[in-house]
Design a protein. Structure first.
Length: 277
């Protein structure tokens, strides 16, 4: 069994300081939270960015500022810009995060439209083809985010047609979003059993499902995403003081279950990325 890759989703686009005062907005706060997660054991930073007032943005310049700041304190981390952005953004807005220099090693690619609480997160087939084209042309490895069972079938068919990058593929099964596939071990197992041989995968449990789904993923040989984007609490009624606290809890669970934690260099090898120079 490979070592465990922990991804830290440090701020997302939806949660605010009103939900948890430690949610980062400024460049300095984002770098602080990335470092807390990296130091605790995260190999990969999944990155959304905000303006200083907390408004989500996909502005290339803001992403560049944040990535540069993270690089100073986490020089070896895999930094994975989100192309999900926030509900209501256009595909061109969302793709702006991939225009940073140097070109990112990875970026997310959302695999279908879905309900997102009271909103609709739109990912039409033309949008997905545009995202796939950008990633093929720029040699960016996608993390295929699947919120629904059908999203997996959709992206596998697109890969067969050469519309998105193919094998080896990395999937993130995001379970427990209100209105989407529930965070159960049965649903996770179904998805994992349907991916091509040689693929890698990560499980993301939303809210109260974060650590129970993490434990199942660790035992099943998968990887784990955790962070303020998905869950704000260490346990019920106990807000996390940092993303590092959430990562540290996953590390403790992994050690209890006998999984070693991957460094960023080891994660690159597992994911099929080039070593960082």
């Amino acid at each position: 069994m490979d070592k465990l890759i922990i991804s830290a989703c440090i701020c997302g686009a939806e949660v605010t300081k009103e939900n948890n005062p430690a949610v980062p907005y400024t460049v300095e706060e984002i770098a602080r939270e990335a470092k807390s997660a990296y130091d605790a054991g995260a190999a990969l930073i999944h990155l959304h960015v905000r303006w200083d007032d907390g408004t989500p943005t996909q502005d290339t310049g803001r992403f560049q500022e944040c990535v540069d700041a993270i690089r100073k304190v986490c020089p070896d981390a895999i930094i994975q810009p989100s192309t999900g952005g926030a509900v209501g953004m256009t595909d061109l807005e969302r793709l702006a995060s991939t225009e940073i220099v140097p070109t990112p090693e990875m970026a997310t690619l959302d695999c279908g439209t879905c309900n997102f609480g009271d909103e609709v997160f739109e990912n039409t087939m033309p949008m997905m083809r545009d995202f796939g084209k950008r990633m093929i042309e720029n040699n960016i490895k996608p993390e295929y985010e699947c919120f629904e069972m059908g999203h997996l079938d959709t992206v596998l068919n697109m890969a067969k047609k050469g519309q998105v990058p193919g094998a080896p593929m990395q999937f993130n099964f995001v379970l427990g979003v209100p209105g989407c596939t529930p965070a159960t071990v049965q649903n996770l197992a179904w998805l994992v059993n349907a991916i091509p041989a040689g693929s890698t995968w990560t499980a993301t449990g939303i809210g109260r499902h974060a650590f129970t789904l993490a434990a199942h993923a660790i035992a099943m040989g998968g990887n784990v995403r955790v962070g303020f984007e998905d869950n704000l609490n260490l346990e019920r009624g106990v807000p996390a003081k940092s993303n590092g606290e959430l990562v540290a809890k996953v590390v403790r669970i992994a050690k209890e279950l006998g999984r070693e934690i991957a460094t960023s260099a080891e994660a690159r090898e597992i994911l099929g990325l080039k070593p960082r120079k």
